[in-house]
Structure formats: structure tokens, C-alpha cells
Design a protein around this ligand. Sequence first.
Ligand code: S3P
Length: 442
Amino acid sequence: MHTDPAPLIARRHGPLKGRVRVPGDKSISHRALILGALAVGETPISGLLEGEDVLNTARAVRALGASVERRGAGEWRIRGVGVGGFAEPAAALDFGNAGTGCRLMLGAVAGCPITATFDGDASLRRRPMQRVLDPLQRIGARTLAATDGRLPLTLAGARDPVPIVFEPPVPSAQVKSAVLLAGLSAPGETVVIEAEATRDHTEKMLVHFGADLRIGPQGAVGRRIALVGQPELMPRPVAVPADPSSAAFPLVAALITPGSEVILDGVMMNALRTGLIATLGEMGAAIERLATRNEGGEEVADLRVQAGQLRGVEVPGSRAPSMIDEYPVLAVAAAFAEGTTVMRGLRELRVKESDRLAGIAALLRANGVEVDVDGDDLIVRGRGRAAGGGLVATHMDHRIAMAALVTGLASDKPVRIDDSSFIATSFPGFVELMRGLGADLS
Ligand code: S3P
């Protein structure tokens, strides 16, 4: 799909102004398709993110027997097959660039008595899958072809799934979700004990679809999630709010481009996703939450963002799960801040669409920003400006690509990226949306 690299250049121009809505949340979009496919009856979805990652999940659930229909922009209807009801797919399931789609679907397939092959692009083939395969094997699934815990791999789902109690060794919503989705097919109670709470969209949506799920605290910052297996999931409408991880890019662009004022409509404010907003607030950013309301079971707000001087801060590792996808663009904000920003505990960034710890450091260095990686910590020495002028290698990573372009919008010299095509995995229309605010991207 992404055969032709599409270079792009971002240049400093005037202030960014306007009111926009970024596309639907990627996490919720994947889950709406998957739970819709496991419900009995028709699930209407509005505001679905139509990025490549989510479209691959739509193709996968269709290949497994669900009926999937697009009725208009973001308007989809899924007719599900019921828990445990997936049919064996005729061909390998291709998840492209999407770790979330792949890992969640490994969980959903693990609870069905079918065999399926999972594959993805060169980036996804490098990412670790053993973290989900370990608990899925305990539930009763088997990997057939020899694998080193990477794609492509063939999974034989469990004929008689057993409920497990599982403590993920890494804070990962994808691993938690894979276990819960497999646990849907098991009799009795499947329990996930998280040492640190991660995004809870799977849990919320399972409850929305009628599953019996109990969530309690675990220690100071963890959670114990218990799911009663073999529910009949009832179709429910899903309205997907705007993705805070996508909103992060125009938001930081507005903060660092002098004179800017931007309103971002309907951004999801789930407390397990707002680490970036909290951190930017500590850095002195002017971000106002207007019209906070509840939409489709999630808190959303319109965010008014005004440019202003930021200052360096220390970001504790405990905050990482609530902003794990936002570090590339936070590092850009840190470069334009005055003073040093220390971001701790970023080990998981090494296994994202690319090694983001290395990618962020390379992005900033190429543009004259002083940065160090010390173990799992990232240290950015902000000077209130960046020289720019760099060529950034994006390594098939949408967020590195967008973070580099945001840098270029405020740097002294233009910033060029080698390939903008992967931006469409999570944020179709990014370039047009940014141009609509006044950004110079060509
Ligand atoms: C996601 C979880 C996170 C995040 C990803 C989306 C999800 O990954 O980086 O973009 O929807 O569950 P991990 O669970 O690997 O941290």
C-alpha cells in the first residue's frame, strides 16, 4: 500500500488560526469494529476513524464472517456473529502498520476454534507479539508455524478456552484487551491485574455491549478487571469522539507558533488519555476546556489553545501510560520551551511503530536541538526555538512524521520528512487540516 514515499516540507509562516475537529479516536474505532463483530445483531458506528489502521481491522472482521458496511463518511454498520462465532478466514489477515488491530484481533481469534494467519508491514513484523501470545496460550490458543514472537504467525484458537488470572508484565492496553477479548469465550471469570492503569476503552465498551465486568483498584495506581465469560453481547450504537492523540499535533503546533489561537472540537478527555494536557499545563501552556460534556460514554471537550512561552518540566514515568503516544510531539514542545525537560520511563517507546526513543532524538538533533537519551529517559534542552533545516527519516512511523512537520512550522529553517504516506494510518486529512489553520506544508 505504501510503495511510493511522499516527501513533505514544513515551513514557518503566520500564526495558526481556526476551529477544527480531528478524526475519530483510533483506539475506540478498532474496538467498535471488533465488539460489533462479536455482538449478535447490528451495531451502528458514527465518527469511525477511516485511517488505514482501522480499515485493516474492518477488513479482518469481514474476513472472519462479520458483515461490514460503510454507509457514509464515518458511518458504518457491523452485523456481528456472536462471541466465539468467527469463521476461518480464506487468506492471511493483513494488519498493515497497526499493532492495536493485530494484537486485539489475536485475542478475539484466540477464543474461537479456528486457525488464522496474521501479518503486517515491515514495521509491524518487527514488533513484539509474544507479550500477547503468552497469555493467549494459557487460555488455550496455540501458535502453529514456528515464530520468534513476530509476524507472520498462525494462531489456532482454543477449542475449550479456559479463564485465566493474568498480570501483564508491561503496562499495555493492547495486551490487557487481547486477554479480555479471548476471555469472552471462556466459561467463568477472566481476570487482568494491571500494576498501572492503562486506557480503559475495552472495559467501557464491553460494559456498553452488556458484558458483566467488575473493575476495582489494585494498589495505588493499578486496577483489577474481572470479566464474566460467555456473555451474549448486544449491539449498541457507538459514537466515536475526536482522538486526543491526533489533536496533540495541531495543539502543540498552535502552542509553539507565535500569535496562534486554535479551537479543537470534541476531543476525548478520558482521564487515562490526558497526560499530555496535564504536562503542557505544567509547562505553562494556555489550554482551556470549553463545553465539557459526555458523548457516547466518554467525556469530551472543545479545547481552546493559545500560543505562549513554555518552560521545561520533569515528566514522571508513572504518567507514561496516559500519554504513551504523545511523547514525539511533547518532545517538540519541550524543544521550544525554555529550560530542560526530562521525560522518564520511556522503555515502551522502543517497540512502537518505530523505535521512537531513537527517532525523537534523531528528529530533534537533525534540527539543532540538544537532546540526550539516558537509559529509558529522554532529556530535551529547550532554547525557545529550533534551527530546523533537517531531513527527518520517519521509519514508517506516522507520529514521528507529524512531530517533525510540527517542528518545521515553528523552526528558523524548513524541516523536510522523507515520507508522509504513513500519516494516513491514523490521521487521514492531516495536511489539509493543518493547511486550513494556515500551516505551510508542501
Ligand atoms: C493502544 C495502546 C497503546 C498505544 C496504541 C493504542 C490501544 O499501545 O500506544 O497506539 O488502543 O490499546 P500499548 O498497549 O502497546 O501501550
